[in-house]
Write a protein that binds this ligand. Structure first.
Ligand SMILES: NC(=O)c1ccc[n+]([C@@H]2O[C@H](COP(=O)([O-])OP(=O)(O)OC[C@H]3O[C@@H](n4cnc5c(N)ncnc54)[C@H](O)[C@@H]3O)[C@@H](O)[C@H]2O)c1
Length: 270
């Protein structure tokens, strides 16, 4: 059997991703979920490939400096500009990551956009943009990474969906956003089923109210109103979402695939 999981060879490692090459999309902003995930993964020994639409040398230097300062050690980080809507961009950056690090082990998809809009006001262009980034973009970068994972018969994918996919629209985000994130869950399950025989796992996370720029559109009154409805009575921190990504990316979750994990302070309990 190829896929042994932790099994009899289990060893307890405090560095859950030691020397694993982890590709993270959507991590250009220090406030983002992608950044929080990158920092936690680096603290756990991962080598990082950070992909973002707005990546440039200045952002790359800032990210590297910030991560190393926070975790107190040197880290191997490759930052690349990538528009996940573009298939050749995706293939190119994955090839660059493999050329740089020798392989990739894990992909976490945090790149995404949101727009709050009533359904009747959503234009064709707005619909296409949300779908192209959130669903097609996730599909594209998964496909590029899966070519490598299938070849090596190993790999892990974590896709960021949203509470919006589960409850019929977001606290932030219109029906096009909810539909795109519903697609991410279905895509993740399909990847999990198709690639499980190749020792490749894929899981989705549904966050809500994590403190990033995505919440900037809410007024203080709106924010307080939403918080009063969250059982834990606060918004979530990016490191708390990153913790779920770490679990799903590491061998700790070796027998979990096709799952959807909620990180929402209890606002949606099934
Ligand atoms: N913050 C929340 O409460 C929350 C709730 C539900 C779901 N989510 C999801 O979590 C993920 C991360 O959210 P966040 O709050 O950190 O958002 P964020 O806006 O801080 O970060 C998203 C990043 O994606 C990048 N990006 C956008 N389009 C891209 C493209 N075409 N190609 C490559 N990169 C692109 C942006 O440049 C940005 O750096 C998103 O998918 C979001 O939908 C967040």
């Amino acid at each position: 059997m190829k896929n042994k999981g932790l099994g009899e060879n289990k060893k307890y490692n405090l560095l859950q991703l030691e020397n694993k090459v982890c590709v993270i999309t959507g991590a250009a902003s220090i406030r983002s979920i992608g950044y929080g995930t990158a920092e936690l993964f680096a603290a756990h020994g991962a080598k990082l490939v950070i992909l973002d639409l707005v990546m440039n040398d200045e952002i790359a230097n800032d990210l590297t400096h910030h991560i190393e300062k926070q975790i107190g050690k040197k880290t191997e980080i490759l930052c690349l500009q990538c528009d996940i809507r573009n298939t050749s961009d995706c293939d190119k950056v994955i090839a660059m990551a493999v050329a740089h690090f020798g392989t990739i082990d894990c992909l976490v998809n945090c790149a995404g956009i949101v727009k709050s809009e009533g359904m009747l006001s959503i234009t064709d262009e707005e619909y296409d943009l949300i779908m192209d980034v959130n669903l097609k973009g996730t599909f594209n970068i998964c496909k590029s990474a899966l070519k490598v994972f299938a070849e090596k018969q190993a790999g892990v994918i974590v896709n960021l969906s949203s509470l919006a996919a589960q409850r019929g629209g977001g606290l932030v985000g219109g029906s096009h956003y909810a539909a795109s994130k519903g697609g991410v869950i279905s895509l993740t399950k399909a990847i999990a089923r198709e690639f499980a025989p190749m020792n490749i796992r894929a899981n989705a996370i549904c966050p809500a109210m994590i403190e990033t720029s995505m919440l900037d559109g809410l007024s203080e009154e709106q924010l307080n109103d939403v918080i009063s409805g969250i059982p834990l009575k606060r918004v979530g921190k990016t490191v708390e979402l990153a913790g779920a990504c770490l679990f799903l990316a590491s061998d700790l979750s070796g027998f979990i695939t096709g799952a959807t994990i909620d990180v929402n302070g209890g606002i949606h309990i099934h």
